[in-house]
Design a protein around this ligand. Structure first.
Ligand code: IVH
Length: 689
């Protein structure tokens, strides 16, 4: 390290690096138009650090290297605000918002008043003082009169410019919100739990904690961000006419302003903004809890004036809270279509996310243990957008002494069959299949659903009644339901009953893909059902393939199992196993047969390579070949052939590669023709037209 004076080149280089870094911060946080990657930024920062270490004279207070390290001596010293930091009055519904607008219009004696509408950021308000363009002090709101000095911590926010651009006034205070975006919050919590430290309940708490760190180096590691939205005290600055112009000026000074802010011309426009923002809320990268409306005309604000606590010219129209506290009364277990038993929380009803919630999913036992949930706990319930309500966390210090531990049931709550537990004992499953009324209900609901057999007018309630009356025990039974039954059960008119019978009759004419999806085979969604239908063309072909593949279920090596199913595009070993197991179950076979007897039918799907030159020929693949086993199988099925797992007298060919073992021996014993790779290609060639 040379402690000498920097030469001209070093001085110029340092200045250039500082400008590049400040421009990058500005592009990222103010223009929302990143110019360089994080890695490039870090590399430039390190170069500047090295240069400043070599020549300390090159350091400037507003250098991007100086974000961390400002003296912490004044940390949290009280700061008397020159102008009070007021709060906002709230509106909790449309009527209150309209009443606010009426007061404003009457106060100003105008027919309509334009507002600046701004997302209400859920973070912490700060006051930032700049003197001669330099950031000199940052303070919390405190009680509105006196805040705390958090300058050193605020300097670490890269979105906070250490120096203003574009001829700023001699002294200006800017106010805004410091918050933690979701991505950073998730990362922080992941790090916290990896280190075995406590996680934060929400981004706001995490941001508050970060700003209160005594060591700014810790704040620097927390992903905080800033948007500014108001003015404090100023010297030597003539106010613009509107809030909109003020925000534009902030931006020109290099301060970050929320791009979602928008001017609205009156209440109707304002309500439309509210609805639009609420719809976007779940997708926004940060938390907001409403819309702040501010009279746009600054002179009109003076006319309206301020109350002690809040100005008359602004209001916060809150969104319905997405989180609320309530009590966990009990945990019940629900049985799904595939028999999975999931815990559901029964709650003291609470209004959250715009609706009253009395049930919430608890996902599984693992989740319950991780969140340390007990019966009787006070819990935080979250319902955001259309998302299913969930228990987010427990308020542990409010746990009653008799709080109950939650455990998986031993017996299915619907049919009392003994449950099967996964090895790690976190998932329980009812093994009773359609014999369990809960699974039967879910299975029938799935069978009639729009993407399956699409039977109109057969809903949850009717299905329940049919089950309760013992009229249906499997899908095929639905087709035996008569108009008289419907009229009796649902007390529906003759016409509606007839409509439902027509719908049932119509649904009998379906497609193979819909049928396969409607059967409710685990892991067979709409897409897989479709690929299976395309690949096999006919149900019988699929059944035959399953029959053959079932022989390979116990093969020692994974790659020897289920060759035919795995030859289907996108079907992996897991799905192959599910499909083979399903079609190998005699009960399921009978169920399909009864559907066909009931008149359910579908056209064959034209399989591109269906009746190929190798059709009817059975192949077994063994040993190491120049192509993967799946690729070889695909060549065979494309030519109409069948791939089976083990050699028998019915095998037409064994395709044998390097190091073939027992299968080769068996083929030789049974006189099955053996093809090496060259002979196999020749056969394919000879048989292609
Ligand atoms: S203006 C006198 N604008 O809401 C008006 N506040 O409940 C000063 N807030 O303490 C505030 N987003 O922390 C304003 N776009 C926004 C805001 C906002 C969030 C917070 C701020 C304030 C609180 C009042």
């Amino acid at each position: 390290m040379s402690a000498g004076a920097p030469d001209d080149a070093a001085t110029a280089r340092a200045a250039a690096l500082r400008r590049q870094l400040t421009d990058a911060e500005h592009a990222y946080y103010v223009l929302d138009d990143p110019q360089i990657s994080d890695a490039e930024y870090d590399a430039l920062l390190r170069q500047l650090q090295a240069l400043e270490t070599e020549f300390p004279a090159l350091q400037t207070p507003d250098s991007p290297t100086q974000r961390v390290g400002g003296s912490a001596s004044s940390a949290f010293a009280p700061v008397q605000h020159r102008l009070p930091m007021r709060s906002l009055n709230n509106a909790f519904d449309e009527a209150e918002f309209l009443a606010f607008d009426r007061r404003v219009r009457e106060g100003l004696d105008r027919a309509a008043v334009p507002y600046m509408a701004e997302p209400k950021l859920d973070g912490l308000a700060v006051n930032l003082r700049y003197e001669h363009g330099q950031f000199v002090q940052g303070a919390t709101r405190g009680d509105g009169q006196t805040g705390e000095d958090i300058t050193a911590n605020l300097r670490t926010l890269r979105s906070l410019p250490l120096r203003l651009r574009d001829a700023p006034p001699s002294m200006i205070e800017v106010r805004g919100e410091v918050f933690m975006p979701h991505a950073g919050f998730a990362r922080l919590n992941a790090e916290q739990s990896a280190r075995g430290e406590k996680t934060f309940v929400n981004p706001r708490n995490a941001a508050a904690g970060a700003l209160r760190q005594l060591d700014p180096r810790l704040t620097a590691r927390r992903p905080l961000q800033l948007y500014v939205y108001a003015l404090g005290a100023v010297d030597g600055y003539a106010l613009p006419a509107t809030q909109q112009a003020l925000l534009d000026q902030f931006r020109r000074w290099g301060l970050p302003v929320n791009p979602l802010n928008a001017r609205v011309e009156g209440v109707d426009d304002g309500l439309a903004y509210y609805q639009k923002l609420m719809a976007q809320r779940a997708e926004l990268p940060f938390d907001i809890d409403g819309v702040v409306y501010k009279v746009d005309d600054l002179a009109a604000r003076d006319e309206l004036g301020e109350l002690a606590r809040a100005p008359r010219w602004a209001i916060a129209f809150k969104f319905p809270a997405e989180e609320a506290q309530t009590k966990l009364l009990d945990v019940e277990f629900q049985v799904g279509r595939t028999g999975a038993i999931t815990p559901v929380a029964r709650l003291v009803p609470v209004f959250v996310g715009g609706a009253t919630v009395s049930n919430a999913t608890l996902h599984n036992l693992d989740e319950i243990r991780r969140k340390d949930i007990h019966i009787g706990d006070t819990v935080i319930v979250r319902r955001a957008g259309d998302v299913i309500p969930e228990v987010k966390a427990v308020v542990v210090d409010q746990r009653p002494p008799d709080a109950g531990v939650i455990d998986l049931p031993q017996h299915c709550p619907a049919c009392h069959a003994e449950v099967e537990r996964s090895d790690d004992a976190v998932v329980a499953r009812c093994p009773a299949g359609l014999g369990c009324p809960a699974q039967l209900h879910a299975a029938l609901l799935h069978f009639v659903s729009r993407r399956a057999l699409d039977i109109e007018g057969i809903g949850e309630k009717l299905i329940q009644q049919l089950i309760d009356e013992g009229l249906v025990a499997e899908p095929a039974d639905l087709f035996a339901v008569t108009a008289e039954t419907l009229m009796r059960l649902e007390r529906m008119g003759e016409k509606s009953a007839a409509n439902r019978i027509t719908a049932l009759a119509k649904a009998k004419h379906t497609t193979l893909a819909r049928l396969l999806y409607g059967l409710g085979i685990r892991d067979v969604g709409e897409r897989t059902a479709d690929t299976l239908a395309q690949h096999f063309g006919r149900l019988e072909a699929l059944q035959r393939a399953c029959e053959a593949d079932a022989q390979t279920a116990d093969a020692e090596k994974d790659k020897d199992r289920y060759p035919q199913l795995r030859a289907v595009a996108d079907v992996g070993p897991e799905v192959a196993r599910r499909v083979v197991d399903w079609f190998s179950d005699p009960h399921k076979q009978a169920m399909v047969a009864r559907l066909q007897t009931a008149g359910v039918h579908w056209p064959d799907v034209a399989v591109a390579s269906g009746d190929g030159p190798l059709s009817g020929q059975r192949f077994v693949i063994t040993g190491t070949l120049p192509e993967s086993r799946d690729a070889v199988a695909a060549r065979i099925t494309a030519a109409g052939g069948q791939v089976v797992g083990s050699v028998s007298a019915k095998t037409d060919y064994l395709v044998a590669g390097e190091a073939a073992g027992s299968k080769l021996a068996k083929a030789e014993k049974l006189d099955v023709p053996v093809l090496d790779w060259a002979a196999f290609l020749k056969l394919l060639d000879a048989s292609s037209p």
